[in-house]
Each structure stands twice: as structure tokens, then as C-alpha cells.
Design a protein around this ligand. Structure first.
Ligand code: SAM
Ligand code: DTB
Ligand code: SF4
Length: 354
């Protein structure tokens, strides 16, 4: 037996290409590879396009919380579930800008504003546009997630300078109706195409651990990888099981199964930012380190996501120091918009922790 043999399955010619013709069998075979081969291949793909020690930092703000008409089974903000969350009105522009200023001071390079809407009402659009213009003027990238959009709304958001629109497919087409009944998968894809056609960058991913099968995770990634262009940003969330929602008692996804999804996303979409999104508060340092090794290169920083907990600056600073990770800065060639700055911590008060 040759102990030094290279695992043939770990290398393919195609890994340098951005492909949009993945078959589900190919993707499933990648997902199911021996873990060491999968991680090695994902890391190899990752290093072709990115500095493997840099992580992009985004910050979230809920600009309109709760009372949402949709029935997404995971969500604390749906009016269909009793999560105990207090609904709020759309935030005032000045308050959003003051939060954005703080986020920038802690190093976030992208500011993501989320509203618990099925779709925005036209009467709210002027306020939304003022938020985009204000955040952009601070020199951060802007991202919004407002639900479905009409053609007219897409154009107004783009003209105000919105860089990214987040709209997740969430899971496979097959599993989707088990989680959400008030809108269809096709409606979700329509909005994504509308955003893309208007020339904005797309942020789209999903949630792992909602009771789906591994095949559903693969199908979701194939859907994203075969869109007309790959989403520039692919958030992979781990379900935060929220009391009062239909998914509150769902069994947690196995950490290695989650890492497989990250690695498969990296290989299928080699030039996209893969964001290790919701659920980090329930992940060990080791699990997060494996996710970064598998090709995740973006996180949400700060101690709150939209309504749920996130590790916060101090914990992330310690993790980054342990792993030797550094935040990405804007205006780099490294990503759709980020190069490393040598020393500056992002969203972090870097402490030395070994
Ligand atoms: N209402 C908009 C929409 O649904 O597109 C925007 C906000 S929504 C909260 C954004 C995304 O957050 C969802 O698509 C889902 O993927 C993720 N999310 C929401 N609740 C979550 C939870 N409990 N755990 C993990 N991810 C969650
Ligand atoms: C995404 O995929 N994850 C973020 C962002 N897009 C908008 C939201 C996570 C929400 C987690 C649950 C909460 O905070 O309520
Ligand atoms: Fe509403 Fe978005 Fe929550 Fe669904 S995920 S209930 S659309 S806020």
C-alpha cells in the first residue's frame, strides 16, 4: 500500500472554473466525500481566490421588527407564532444612521438592514432609500433584506446605491413547503432574478438543521450555484431554535454535517463569499475553525443578529486571535470588495489569546 498516495477524488480540473451547470449527483458526491478529502479540496479552492486568513465582517440591524405576515416556521418575527417578541414600527432614519456609525467604528465593512415584511409598502420606500444613502455616505457597503420586491422597488433601491440584497432560498424546493406556506419557492427565485437583472449583488443562502435531509442541503446549494450568476454572498445559517416557533424542538444539526455544507458551498461557488451566519453562539471554537477551513470567509459581528444572540465583539476577538484570523477591509481585490489591512481588528477588540 502506498501511504503517500494522493486521494484522486480530492482534485479535479474543473475546480478553477466558475460553473453554473452542476448536477445534483456531482454535488452530492462532493458533499459525501471522505471528510479529509472534502476539507482539503474546499481549502484548495478557497485559496485560489481568497486569503485564507481573512474574514469579512458584516453587521446586522433589524429596522422593523416582528409582526410579519409570513409564516416562516423558524422565525421569531412571524405574526403566526407566539415567540413573545414585541413588534416595532420602521425605525427612524437618524437612529439607523447612528447605529451604522457605531458599527463602522467597530470595523464592519457592510451594514445589513432587515425588515420583517412580506414586501415593503411603497409608503415606506422614501425612508428606506434615505437609510441606504446615509449608510453609503459613511463608506460602508449596504445590504437590505425586506422580503419580496416589485420591479419598481428594485430600481429605486439600486438607484439609491444599495449594493446587496439578501433574500434566502432557505432550503430545497422539496422541503420548503414544510417550513413556509405563505409564499412559494418560485416567488423567492423571482425576486432574486429581479434583483440580479437590476444589476445589484445577490446575497442568498439558507438554514441548516430545520429537519431537512442531507439531500435537501445539496439541492439548495445546486439551486444557488445554478442561478444565472452565483450569489456574491452565500449565508449559511444554523437554525436558532426559537421558543414559540414550530421548529422550537427541532434536533440540532450535527456539526460535521454543517461543515460539509460549508465545504460544498465553497467548491460549488468558488468565488462567492460564504458567510457563517446565524447560530455561531451555539458553535464551539473548533466547529467555527472547521467552517473557516472549509471555506467560510464572512461572519456577522456584534452581539445581536436581528432578534437573536450572536457571540459579540469580545468573544470574536478571542477566537480571531486564537486562529490567527484577520478582518478584511473594503477596497481590496480579494473579494467582491475587500483586501486585508495589516493590523486593524474589525468588529473586534483584539486581545492576545493563545
Ligand atoms: N423578511 C425578510 C425575508 O424573510 O427575506 C428578511 C428577514 S429574514 C429574518 C432573513 C433570513 O434570516 C431568513 O431568510 C432566514 O434564512 C434567516 N433566519 C431567520 N430566523 C432564523 C433562525 N431562527 N435561525 C436561523 N436563521 C434564521
Ligand atoms: C441571513 O441569512 N441571516 C441573517 C441575515 N441573512 C438577514 C439573519 C439571521 C437571523 C437570525 C435570527 C434572528 O436574529 O432573529
Ligand atoms: Fe417574515 Fe422574514 Fe421572518 Fe419570514 S423570515 S417571518 S418573511 S421576517
Amino acid at each position: 500500500m502506498n501511504l503517500h498516495a494522493k486521494p484522486e477524488t480530492a482534485f479535479t480540473r474543473d475546480d478553477a472554473e466558475v460553473r453554473r451547470d452542476w448536477t445534483r449527483d456531482e454535488a452530492q458526491a462532493i458533499h459525501d466525500m471522505p471528510l479529509m478529502d472534502l476539507l482539503f479540496r474546499a481549502q484548495t479552492v478557497h485559496r485560489r481566490s481568497f486569503d485564507a486568513n481573512r474574514v469579512q465582517m458584516s453587521r446586522l440591524l433589524s429596522i422593523k421588527t416582528g409582526g410579519c405576515a409570513e409564516d416562516c416556521g423558524y422565525c421569531s418575527q412571524s405574526a403566526h407564532h407566539d415567540s413573545g417578541l414585541k413588534a416595532t414600527k420602521l425605525m427612524e432614519v437618524e437612529r439607523v444612521l447612528s447605529e451604522a456609525r457605531k458599527a463602522k467604528a467597530t470595523g464592519a465593512t457592510r451594514y445589513c438592514m432587515g425588515a420583517a415584511w412580506r414586501e415593503p409598502k411603497d409608503r415606506d420606500m422614501d425612508t428606506i432609500l434615505a437609510m441606504i444613502e446615509g449608510v453609503k455616505a459613511m463608506g460602508m457597503e449596504t445590504c437590505m433584506t425586506l422580503g419580496m420586491l416589485s420591479d419598481q422597488q428594485v430600481v429605486r433601491l439600486r438607484d439609491a446605491g444599495l449594493d446587496y440584497y439578501n433574500h434566502n432560498v432557505d432550503t430545497s424546493e422539496r422541503f420548503y413547503p414544510e417550513v413556509i406556506k405563505t409564499r412559494t419557492y418560485a416567488e423567492r427565485l423571482d425576486t432574486l432574478e429581479r434583483v440580479r437583472a437590476a444589476g445589484m449583488k445577490v446575497c442568498s443562502g439558507g438554514i441548516m438543521g430545520m429537519g431537512e435531509e442531507p439531500a435537501d442541503r445539496v439541492d439548495m446549494l445546486v439551486t444557488l450555484a445554478n442561478l444565472s450568476e452565483h450569489p456574491e454572498s452565500v449565508p449559511i445559517n444554523m437554525l436558532i431554535a426559537i421558543p414559540g416557533t414550530p421548529l422550537e424542538n427541532t434536533e440540532r444539526i450535527d456539526p460535521i454535517a454543517f461543515v460539509r455544507v460549508i465545504a460544498t458551498a465553497r467548491i460549488l461557488m468558488p468565488k462567492s463569499m460564504v458567510r457563517l451566519s446565524a447560530g455561531r453562539s451555539d458553535m464551539s471554537d473548533e466547529m467555527q475553525a472547521m467552517c473557516f477551513f472549509a471555506g467560510a470567509n464572512s461572519i456577522f459581528c456584534g452581539d445581536v443578529l436581528l432578534t437573536a444572540d450572536n457571540p459579540g465583539e469580545d468573544k470574536d476577538a478571542i477566537l480571531f486571535a486564537k486562529l490567527g484570523l484577520k478582518p478584511m477591509e473594503l477596497d481590496s481585490d480579494e473579494t467582491p470588495g475587500a483586501i486585508p489591512s495589516p493590523e486593524r481588528p474589525a468588529c473586534t477588540k483584539i486581545t492576545s489569546a493563545h
